[in-house]
Design a protein around this ligand. Structure first.
Ligand code: MTE
Ligand code: HPA
Ligand code: MOS
Length: 758
């Protein structure tokens, strides 16, 4: 395995040559599609008058729901979301009309001419309010293990509390968008910035009322998705496609940043209750939690996210008695959706808050409780899966050892005695994250490989490159399997006519699923080539054939064949040089009727040490260091994996500290631009960011034993919340700090001086 390949997209990105949807050369006569969205969060549409707008020069047509040829329905899991509002609107930013114009400026002008009258209805923005009124997006879920009731009655200590975690804007550099043009036989081709090409295809087919075979979706790459384009790319695809299909002209629908922020869903905020019970030895005996998920106005992916919250509710801990319940609450906000971690981080935050609360009450360091309750091989998770190849303690122990946690504790304490207006805090954050789509059916993938007669190779998979480096890993799979140079291999765009019925690139599983399907395809071609070599060169079936550096070896001796002439000869002999590979993850299963099974192929583990300094006059803070031991398995691409780890950590810190989504009571997004919504920049990243690769053999269910890495590191960022909280308490031990993230500088300042005189 060539581990020096890095990220094959790097050069294209820094030279500006990488192609995104908006870079695709457009055809003459292209139309611009602008969305007219609801200015009110909840109400009944009394009237809409767009006659003046439609009369404007340069306006081709204005579409409403009445113009939709097929179904006005884009809901992925539950059919509860119209593409264009019909009689009611359910959130501010909900698409109502499509303004189709010859150019963008005219579309902007027409927007102002549209008159809409809406009779207001009550607006709910808080998930607990929604729950109290019985407004749920999907049936509530409950995971049970053991018997919490009896267990609590046997606990020496019981603590209860409430937590809040906020939303998070995906803030992909490339906004949502699609470019579509009509094709012959009443078909349409769409270039889409989506993690789920098949989901766009399926949605467009439904909206147009045609078969999926009439809809081709092509994805060159994304300028980031982070979950925000797993399902929410579909509406933009459908809007562009509908216009192109009906008007028989190419059409582009790409929102500006502020439109994207206003109209699309974000990470689901959660409000949660916990109850934790410990024995005299600080073993956690019982844990109960109830999660109120803020789903927004339609289900989108929230039911699946809700489920992953329950799967990760006990993080890396073994707790014998657990009851966790989750409600997906319907509010008048844009439908919230996937974001790196997919509900896992929201569940883990509550667990860590419960442990922190117990530790503070018992006046012990939280890491005593964390380490004492860490899971191990043979432990059963609340959903029935038995832990194997557990690396939780290995990561923890190695982190506390190599990063010298005992002396860090002393140094922080010493610093805090020496400084009046600067205080340091630290935390340890273990992570255990399950790898697989929790919906077993989705764990499948396919790949298509063509070896051309000159020996070069074209590769298509269902994987979408969104910056996470999956194409680099796919290239490595082919180069390794065929024993050829990466220079000979081209990664094609992700396209539904070449690879069909794809699962979205998500759940950190893209490289595993598509890599294994790709390996299957390459192995089929290799087997055909090897049997051809045997018929040409040897009668002995037992000869060992290998291709190394494009030379064919037989029993370790170079043969007359190299890759190029082998392919030429094989082609002359009419050997099939193309193959379609398929992979479906074995073993995994889950029975929702009893909420038990073995949903994950494997788990990824790690531990992060976080150290911060709070400026106690200003309430600002710096992250001094995040030091991690992470279980990559046997990493097949160390620089891509390290990049994923670093990016995930910083994104997790952003969620927990500075990124604050604010809607007012009218459901209006106030943090609606990059001036009011702050994401981590080069100045706010940790001054030190160390990542140690845990030394293990890896797991066979992972591609080349290289474990999935996309999401798990994000949850190390939760450590930043607790480290900052601890630093504030060092300044003001009497501070009453809610377990509410993000812990923004504003909240820190309030806590430092509340109650006054701390
Ligand atoms: N990294 C970059 N650069 N851009 C992204 O959009 N998405 C994240 C993660 N890392 C993302 C990323 C999310 S949400 C997931 S699920 C995984 O990558 C998806 O890719 P993978 O399955 O190949 O890990
Ligand atoms: N993770 C990410 N995306 C998903 C999942 C999941 O488990 N299920 C459906 N979409
Ligand atoms: Mo990632 S949230 O599974 O796209």
């Amino acid at each position: 395995m060539d581990n020096t390949i890095g990220n094959i997209d790097a050069a294209g990105h820094v030279t500006g040559r990488s192609i995104y949807v908006d870079d695709i050369p457009v055809m003459e006569g292209m139309l611009f599609v602008k969305v007219f969205d609801s200015p009110i969060a909840h109400g009944r549409i009394i009237s809409i008058d767009f006659s003046a707008a439609e009369q404007m020069e340069g306006i081709v047509k204005i579409f409403s729901y009445k113009d939709i040829p097929g179904q006005n329905q884009i809901g992925g899991i539950i059919p509860d979301e119209p593409l264009l509002a019909d009689h009611e609107v359910h959130y501010r930013g909900q698409p109502v009309l499509l303004i189709v114009a010859e150019n963008e400026d005219t579309a902007e002008e027409a927007f102002k001419e549209i008159k809409i009258e809406i009779e207001p209805l009550p607006i709910i923005t808080d998930p607990r309010d929604a729950f109290a009124q019985g407004k749920l997006l999907s049936p509530s879920r409950k995971f049970v293990m053991g018997d919490v009731k009896t267990a609590f009655s046997n606990c020496k200590y019981i603590f209860e509390g409430q937590t809040e975690s906020g939303g998070q804007e995906q803030l992909y550099l490339e906004t949502q968008g699609a470019y579509a043009y009509p094709n012959e036989h009443d078909s349409v081709k769409i270039f889409s910035s989506t993690q789920g090409p098949t989901q766009v295809q399926r949605t467009v087919a439904r909206v147009l009322g045609v078969g999926m075979n009439k809809v081709e979706v092509d994805v060159p790459r994304l300028g980031g998705g982070f979950g925000g384009k797993e399902d929410q790319a579909s509406s933009w695809g459908a809007m562009a496609a509908m216009v192109a299909w009906i008007l028989k002209r190419p059409a582009k629908c790409i929102p500006h940043r502020m439109e994207d922020m206003r109209m699309t869903g974000k990470r689901n905020p959660y409000s949660s209750d916990f109850k934790i019970g410990l024995d005299g030895d600080l073993k956690i005996i019982a844990y109960e939690a109830t999660f109120y998920q803020n789903g927004g106005a339609a289900a989108d992916l929230s039911p699946a996210i809700l489920e992953r919250t329950l799967f990760h509710a006990t993080n890396s801990y073994h707790i014998p008695h657990v009851t966790v319940t989750a409600h997906s609450c319907k509010t008048n906000l844009p439908p919230n959706t996937a974001f790196r971690g997919f509900g896992g981080p929201q569940g883990m935050f509550v667990m860590e808050a419960a442990i922190d609360h117990a530790a503070k009450s018992l006046k012990v360091d939280p890491d005593i409780i964390q380490r004492k309750n860490m899971m191990d091989n043979g432990d059963e998770l609340p959903y029935g899966q038995i832990i194997k190849e557990c690396q939780a303690k290995n990561c923890w122990d190695e982190a506390t050892d190599i990063y010298n946690v005992e002396s860090v504790k002393k140094e922080v304490e010493w610093f805090n005695t020496q400084n009046q207006f600067y205080k340091k805090g630290w935390s340890l954050m273990p992570v255990c994250f399950g790898i697989s789509f929790t919906n077993t059916m989705m764990n499948q993938a396919r790949a298509l490989v063509h070896v051309y007669s000159d020996g070069t190779v074209g590769v298509s998979t269902g994987a979408v490159e969104m910056g996470q480096g999956v194409n680099s890993k796919m290239l490595q799979v082919v180069a390794t399997c065929f024993g050829i140079s990466p220079q000979k291999i081209k990664l094609e765009t992700t396209n539904t006519t070449r690879v069909a019925n794809t699962s979205p690139s998500a759940a950190s599983s893209t490289a595993d699923l598509n890599g294994k399907a790709l390996l299957d395809a390459c192995n089929q071609i290799k087997e055909r080539l090897f049997s051809f070599i045997k018929t040409e060169l040897t009668d002995n079936e037992d000869e060992i054939i290998e291709i190394k550096d494009e030379v064919v070896y037989i029993n370790d001796e170079a043969s007359i064949f190299n890759w190029k002439n082998l392919i030429q000869q094989a082609f002359m002999k009419r050997i099939n040089l193309s193959a379609k590979g398929h992979y479906a993850t074995p073993i995994i299963n889950f029975d929702k009727t009893i909420e038990k099974g073995h949903p994950f192929a494997y788990h990824v583990y790690g531990t992060a040490l976080t150290i911060v300094t709070v400026d106690c006059l200003r309430g600002t803070y710096e992250i001094d260091a995040v030091k991690v031991v992470h279980d990559f398995g046997s990493s097949m691409n160390r620089s891509v994996d390290l990049g994923q780890c670093e990016g995930g950590i910083v994104q997790g810190i952003g969620w927990m500290t500075m990124e604050e989504i604010i809607y007012n009571e009218e459901g209006k997004l106030l943090s609606n631009a990059l001036s009011t919504y702050k994401i981590p920049d080069i100045y706010s990243v940790p001054k030190t960011l160390d990542v140690k690769f845990l030394n293990t053999d890896g797991n066979d269910m992972a591609i080349f034993k290289s474990k999935a890495v996309g999401e798990p590191p994000l949850m190390y960022g939760i450590g930043a919340y607790f480290a900052i909280r601890n630093a504030v308490l060092a300044f003001n031990p009497a501070a009453d700090i809610a377990y509410a993230a993000p812990i923004t500088p504003e909240k820190v300042l309030m806590a430092l001086y509340n109650p006054v005189g701390g």
